[in-house]
Design a protein around this ligand. Structure first.
Ligand SMILES: Nc1ncnc2c1ncn2[C@@H]1O[C@H](COP(=O)(O)OP(=O)(O)OP(=O)(O)O)[C@@H](O)[C@H]1O
Ligand SMILES: [Mg+2]
Length: 301
């Protein structure tokens, strides 16, 4: 069974067609990275899943049930835009109010538990308005986690976080997935997403253009031998006489040889042509470059 299954989803805002036959499959227990340029339809999809807006047509199933069923909704935690908190109340009281709204029996225990999950035990007494952006995002996740969420839907939860905030968020989301929940997360910060996502969906113009597992991404990201020499121009010309695909990296700091057998082959060939290699390593393209190439119509590589 999948956590989310969407077939042929359409959403119009008046004349504007935001989603045009979107398909999406989010496996249970996955951390699903939802990627796409501004305005491609990520938030719209997530809002429909959570029942914040209505679909125009199509099918949305959560754990094989209609997404509008009340008990399906009760098992879903949502963080879309900023968490709905009272600024002058403490973190603790905000969560207690949410627990009351959800009719949770042992409220204090439930709040303590989610505060621990988001590493905020020490900040329960802080007023919400005095919390940093990173803390507010974590409070939002705590709010979403209340009520034994099996599915968390998070819209750009790592936007604007510093390196430490990102690391904490990474740990929190990985913990949540380990506990058996499914996490759907949209983000533009692909380098971060790549560290935690088990699955990806790439949306463009309201349509899913590609879904894949992290392993599939890994195997479709080409490997290359990277190198630096003191005369990059000459090295490139020389390498091109033997290898089919030799390119400079984006910043033009090093050369990439895609079809070399190993670094030794490249070093030897350049040495035989009187070029000394200063640095050499093996690397592969990451999610960000894969995505940019896909968007530019360059296929996978
Ligand atoms: N309430 C609305 N009324 C009219 N158009 C809307 C509304 N909400 C979204 N849209 C339009 O639908 C399209 C998809 O928007 P959406 O917010 O889902 O994109 P997104 O992928 O989340 O973008 P971003 O990365 O900027 O958050 C956009 O063209 C947007 O302008
Ligand atoms: Mg959005």
């Amino acid at each position: 069974m999948n956590a989310i299954e969407i077939r042929n989803l359409c959403k119009n805002f008046g004349e504007k067609q935001a989603l045009v036959g979107l398909n999406m499959t989010v496996p249970m227990g996955s951390i699903y990275g939802f990627i796409g340029e501004n305005g491609s339809g990520k938030s719209t999809t997530e809002k429909i899943i959570c029942g914040l807006i209505h679909k125009t047509s199509g099918e949305v199933k959560i754990y094989d049930r209609e997404h509008t069923d009340a008990d399906v909704r009760a098992n879903m935690g949502v963080l879309i835009e900023a968490p709905g908190c009272f600024p002058n109340l403490t973190v603790w009281n905000n969560l207690m109010i949410q627990a009351t709204n959800l009719s949770i029996k042992d409220k204090a225990n439930a709040v303590r538990k989610v505060l621990t999950m988001v590493r905020m035990e020490g900040a329960a007494g802080n007023k919400f308005k005095n919390c940093s952006l990173g803390m507010k995002q974590r409070i939002g996740i705590a709010m979403a986690l209340l009520g034994s969420s099996k599915l968390l839907v998070l819209d750009e939860p790592i936007n604007g976080l510093d390196a430490d905030g990102m690391r904490i968020m990474r740990e929190i989301l990985t913990d949540i997935a380990k506990s058996g929940a499914t996490v759907l997360i949209s983000s533009h910060i692909l380098g971060e997403l790549e560290k935690i996502a088990t699955h990806y969906g790439i949306i463009r113009g309201g349509k899913m253009i590609c879904e894949m597992t992290a392993d599939e991404l890994e195997s479709s990201c080409p490997r290359f031998v990277a190198l630096k020499t003191s005369d990059m121009k000459k090295a490139k010309e020389t390498l091109k006489e033997k290898f089919k695909r030799v390119e400079e990296d984006e910043q033009k700091e090093y050369l990439r040889v895609y079809d070399a057998e190993n670094p030794e082959q490249v070093v030897k060939y350049l040495y035989d042509n009187s070029i000394i290699v200063n640095e050499i390593w093996v690397d592969k393209i990451g999610l960000e470059e894969y995505y940019i190439n896909l968007m530019n119509g360059k296929g996978e590589a």
